[in-house]
Design a protein around this ligand. Structure first.
Ligand code: GLC
Length: 431
């Protein structure tokens, strides 16, 4: 009898335990993930991990890899008030554009935002509302083939002129030796946000400013900016394939990773993939600062300049499960999740504490060695241009694309751009 009672009690306990573990109501959340590098796999895994633990399901909504195409889609969803997506990836340049459609995460965050770099939190705080939680940081980097530099007795170039010369010399020598597919330098030249990042790096590194300055002044028509664009246009067809005019991040990475380029400009994610088992360039790659400009008037202000990028996760205001969606965001941006992403896929954490983590620094030496690049990376002019940022960027990348493709001469393109930006800045103000 006693034994029977014990069995009954323990069965009852099992039932209690099952109820305690299960959520009151299982929900399905929709999470937007991109397919850049290992993004999709990591995004899905982290979401499934959370979903399993809490008895929910997460459906993945695939978003375009091209940041501008992604923004267009997100704007379309949000302006329609659609509940198609609960959690979305938000680029560092989007919070000001999307804030009205995003949930304030601060009441859900239990103070976690304080563990992230202040700059990212400030960037994601619009009118006092924390509209996105930092997920990973990006800064433009120069990837190079250490084996080829060594073979040809060349140092890592510190200036654009040295890069041009080195790329050309190695390309010529290797082609003469039979590697006729090798190019000197690949980057992102498609007419989209990625070109804004590349062109901002060229211009800022020549001491030519940041297109629009912090005080709202349009600065882009200047001799250094002109020299910067002219230099880049000079690469196309010479050390850079013409196809770069349609390359985003992944297209340039695939060329570099298959061993067909000496240098590449890209974000940190390219490191883990270049070093992965099965990569044609495993063990042959180095990472350095992007070169600085020189020579033009104003060269005193020339510097190494990396565009500041990065992504955050946000909850749509139209989500039917805002509290759960916020929990998913906290899980995906947690220290454990960021550490795993750094180790497996070289995504830079947004948590300063992780930069003291020996395993992360060992897997990604550049995160320690080039820490200054991240600290001093050049932000795009979102703070000055507010809700008009995307129009400003659009005008800038189009002008750059015209120069790169030979449709316009640098001076003329910048004059036209300046006029266009002045029109956008109606009444002398961007707001
Ligand atoms: C990366 C960066 C983002 C940038 C985009 C441009 O996704 O994180 O900030 O806008 O590249 O292609």
């Amino acid at each position: 009898m006693r034994c029977h009672l014990r069995r009954l009690l323990s069965a009852a306990c099992l039932v209690c335990a099952a109820f305690a573990a299960a959520p009151l109501r299982a929900a399905e959340l929709a999470l937007m993930c991109t397919g850049v590098g290992q993004e999709m796999a990591l995004c899905r895994e982290a979401a499934d991990d959370w979903a399993k633990r809490h008895g929910h399901t997460v459906r993945i909504v695939t978003a375009p890899n091209d940041a501008s195409a992604r923004l267009a889609l997100v704007q379309q969803w949000l302006s329609a008030g659609s509940d198609q997506v609960d959690v979305l990836q938000v680029d560092v340049v989007w919070p000001g554009l999307l804030a009205a459609h995003l949930l304030d995460l601060r009441p859900h965050a239990r103070g976690q935002e304080q563990q992230h770099f202040e700059g990212f939190v400030a960037n994601n705080t619009i009118d006092g509302r924390l509209v996105a939680m930092p997920w990973f940081a990006n800064a433009g980097l120069l990837f190079y083939r250490a084996d080829l530099l060594k073979k040809h007795g060349r140092p890592v170039p510190a200036t654009w002129a040295a890069l041009t010369e080195t790329a050309e010399a190695i390309q010529r020598a290797e082609r003469a030796a039979g590697d006729d597919q090798l190019w000197g330098y690949v980057w992102q030249g498609r007419a989209y946000e990625g070109l804004t990042c590349n062109a901002l790096e060229w211009v800022a590194s020549h001491g030519g400013g940041t297109v629009v300055e912090a005080d709202g002044r349009v600065s882009v028509r200047n001799p250094q900016a002109e020299a910067a664009l002219r230099t880049a246009a000079g690469w196309v067809g010479r050390i850079t394939p013409k196809a770069v005019l349609n390359y985003a991040e992944e297209e340039s990475r695939l060329v570099f990773q298959s061993g067909r380029a000496v240098f590449m400009r890209n974000w940190p994610y390219a490191w883990a993939l270049a070093q992965a088992e099965g990569s044609a360039i495993r063990g042959k790659v180095g990472v350095a600062l992007l070169p600085r400009g020189e020579g033009a008037a104003g060269a005193a202000k020339a510097r190494h300049a990396a565009a500041l990028g990065g992504e955050a996760l946000a909850v749509s205001k139209y989500s039917k499960h805002p509290a759960l969606a916020a929990e998913l965001v906290l899980h995906m941006t947690s220290a454990a999740a960021q550490k795993s992403r750094a180790l497996r896929a070289s995504f830079n954490p947004t948590r300063p504490a992780l930069y003291a983590d020996a395993e992360i620094l060992q897997a990604n030496p550049f995160m320690g060695e080039l820490a200054d690049t991240f600290r001093s990376a050049v932000p795009r002019p979102t703070a000055a241009t507010g809700t008009r940022y995307n129009q400003v960027s659009h005008a800038f990348w189009n002008a750059a694309h015209d120069v790169l493709s030979g449709k316009a001469e640098a001076g003329a393109a910048l004059r036209r751009l300046e006029r266009g930006l002045a029109r956008l800045r109606r009444g002398g103000t961007w707001k």
